[in-house]
Design a protein around this ligand. Sequence first.
Ligand code: NAD
Length: 507
Amino acid sequence: MNIENTFITPRIDDQRLKGRPDYRMLVAGKSVDAASGKAIERESPGHLGMVVGRWPDASADDVKLAIAAAREAFDKGPWPRMSGAERSRLLYKVSELILANLDELALAECLEVGKPILQARGEIEYCADLWAYAAGQTRGQEGDSFNNIGDNRLGLVLREPVGVVGIITPWNFPFIIASERAPWAIGAGCTVVLKPSEFTSGTSIRMAELAREAGIPDGVFNVVTGYGNPAGQILAEDPRVDMVAFTGSVRVGTLLAEIAARQVKRVGLELGGKGPQIVFADADLDAAADGIAYGVYHNAGQCCISGSRLLVEESIRDEIMDRVLAISAKVPYGDPLNDRTRIGAMISKAHIAKVEGYVRAGESAGAELLTGGHMAGEGAGLYYQPTVFRNVRPDMSIAREEIFGPVLSTIAFRTADEAVALANDSEFGLSATVWSTNLENAMQTIRRVHAGRCWVNSVIDGTPELPVGGYKRSGLGRELGRYGFDEYSQVKGIHVTMGTPARWFNG
Ligand code: NAD
């Protein structure tokens, strides 16, 4: 099938590519460069050769200054002691400032990541809602009391912030992932050092600048930029950091968990996925086909919650495949700056080569490549064709490993039991979808799937109220909703004795 005709060629004469900013880190409320003066330049992955941002390349010492600022703000500053009402007001202000700066933030996110501009706008709006939700809940952070432990005893449970939190984020959704963590950590009364991916750091710096503009005190929200090692790793290693909230690969997550274990430091991990989309014969096939395409092509498949494993009931397999192929042939992909684009660029040359390697491995293992399977755009940017495999066996690497590209792997099943077994036959457990118009079947199936973020008749849906997080090797801990506040809080039990205390020794 020829799908090159839906490719939208990137235009390097687009004025929006001009004059992209120099960013500086935010430490103790001040904008700073790396002491070495070194910087990292970001080239637009959708428009090779065009630099779209520059940020400091922090050393371990640069990061230690940010950790010291967050420590000072936590130990001596007003933030952890401020009323929930006041903290809430400031968080809400950040939400308003995000909306007020929507155009700028969406453009930067689009150019740094390579994601479609319309998608980037939607994401920034969603982030404003994340901050607004966390702002509201900040006032509702309560403890507990026990009035039933005896006439002369009263029990109190106080909720307290964990302390200094190091937040480390990946490149695929920089603004969303930071907005799923920072407002919850800050709302709980913690102070933060955020280390975004070296590929996509600009919008995270802007987020902290907006927090400063909103009036969040200096040192509460610091951002350092640089490479994973040293800039990220020092957050896990430095004993002044009480908790590390990491989102990224299993490889780095495991390393940080080992470092944290040695210090008995709290760690939250959101890692990889290989999300199953289970489609039953009684599904609304049109909606399911659209959802399957969205689930695997969203963000060019660079999505931890991608629905990249299609498990489809055998009797409708060919019909579903035809519909997914029809969408794949029509979906506009290419230039992230074009409003029609639905699939943008991939993050880096190394990453697109990795995706290409998986596709070739799938072919060699005997899977049937129905469409796509090649790079696109003739070198103007890092583009990959929407790609669909059929007749995939569960033991193939394209069925088991996270490809992180627009590549769908299809496996047929005959019974619901078989579908659940296939869905759970994975080291990951981040997300899962069931498509069925029979609600009982859908619910009975989804409750048997081992995954932290599930959908019935939708995919990649999200709302600040519901928790996200992984089973198995997909991670530890939960973000969002009230669960997100638990992540950044600890509780203290206080036994209060009233009247004359009972004597231990009366002699
Ligand atoms: P990555 O693990 O390479 O990098 C993530 C972050 O960790 C970056 O900021 C990087 O600089 C930093 N880092 C790298 N080495 C480090 C070290 N030694 N110490 C401390 N920090 C270090 O991941 P990536 O390539 O940026 O992102 C892709 C991965 O992220 C995928 O596996 C994807 O599934 C996962 N991801 C998970 C979620 C989720 O919510 N579960 C969301 C998005 C992405």
